[in-house]
Design a protein around this ligand. Structure first.
Ligand code: ATP
Length: 341
């Protein structure tokens, strides 16, 4: 487990003091993928760089497996860092070294014997899907392949945790998805704890188990990804969730449509987890004397199941409408009445 308590970082320049990380406390479980999301300047990069002390904290503690890294001496920290892998937005590869030699580099620094290095690098190249590219130089690789080298290099010393600093921000959407899939498969295969920072909700949705939302150096919201999606609390979180649901931008058109049909009930359904797989609309149509008109719908898969929203219009006798809504609620689907009949 990683336990972060009251972590603070103040940058002092001649002109001003910036509180980049402001009293952050978080617990990250062994084997989870934990995402930190925030807009530019929120303090994400500073936060992740504090975890391996690339930035020195102003105050607070960071315990990784019960060892507080903020209290470690330089030599202890050097050893500990071998167990904290990190990947970067711009890959940070050594351009004069081949793929093989880039991945071998941290093993050489750790003083591993040549035969062990050869065996480990081969294994890692296979793991990240770069077989056949051993002798290529970074300049001969695509962005996605470069990040695969970055990931293999970060895993060379069997880390306890992998830190990802905007690892997919320089990649196109398709390559981003490939790299995210690779991170999920590594997390599952190796049980590796992953902490990532991003400004894209898509990244959180696709791979994270839990998320923290940062704003002005503070964590303003944290929780399971599905919960945060369904019930975002802060204004910032709501804006991030909207990024994912293009329908939220269509609300004005929907409202206009609803107001034109003032004799019907309009409801919004939130399907969570396995409920999203249920053929609820056809059940309603079969069981109740109501007419169902589907207005809009969307579904977003997450690591903990899917989250879907569906806007429907119901026409029928008011008692039947009440029974229908109770039936939907009993099925575990959340109902928001947008307009009464
Ligand atoms: N070395 C530094 N010296 C002074 N101020 C800094 C330094 N590094 C970061 N800051 C300031 O700290 C705040 C948080 O920056 P940080 O880079 O951590 O945010 P971020 O959420 O990662 O944003 P971005 O995605 O734009 O990098 C900003 O106001 C930034 O200007």
């Amino acid at each position: 487990m990683i336990q972060i308590k009251n972590l603070k970082k103040v940058f002092e320049t001649k002109k001003q003091k910036v509180q980049a990380v402001d009293d952050v406390s978080l617990e990250i479980e062994q084997g989870e993928i934990f995402g930190v999301i925030g807009y530019s300047g929120a303090g994400k990069s500073t936060f992740i760089r504090l975890i391996n002390r690339l930035e020195e904290p102003t105050s607070g503690s960071i315990e990784i497996h019960d060892k507080d890294i903020t209290k470690m001496s330089a030599s202890e920290l050097r050893l500990k860092r071998q167990k904290i892998g990190m990947i970067f937005q711009h890959f940070n590869l050594l351009w004069s070294r081949t793929v093989f030699d880039n991945i071998a580099f941290p093993l050489e620094i750790a003083g591993a014997p040549k035969a062990k290095i050869k065996e480990k690098v081969k294994e890692l190249i296979h793991l990240v899907g770069l077989s056949g590219k051993e002798s290529n130089y970074p300049s001969q690789l695509s962005g996605g392949q470069k990040q695969r080298v970055g990931i293999a290099r970060a895993l060379a010393n069997d880390p306890e945790v992998l830190l990802c600093d905007e690892a997919t921000s320089a990649l196109d959407p398709e390559t981003t998805d490939d790299i995210l899939d690779l991170l999920v498969s590594i997390n599952k295969k190796l049980g590796l704890t992953i902490i990532l920072i991003t400004h894209e909700m898509h990244v959180i949705q696709k791979i994270c188990h839990r998320v923290a939302v940062m704003e002005n150096g503070k964590v303003v919201e944290t929780g399971e990804v599905l919960d945060v999606f369904v019930r975002p609390q802060s204004k910032t979180t709501k804006r991030f969730v909207q990024q994912l649901n293009p329908l939220e931008h269509e609300q004005d058109k929907l409202k206009e449509f609803i107001n034109q049909h003032d004799d019907s009930e309009v409801i919004k359904l939130h399907f969570i987890g396995n409920n999203a797989k249920r053929a609820l609309i056809s059940e309603i149509a079969k069981n109740f004397e109501v007419e169902v008109n589907i207005l809009q719908g969307s579904i977003a898969p997450t690591q903990e199941g899917s989250y879907g929203t569906l806007y429907i219009q119901l026409n029928g006798n008011s008692n039947v409408l009440t029974d229908t809504i109770h039936y939907i609620q009993k099925a575990g689907v959340e109902v928001e009445v947008l307009k009464h009949a």
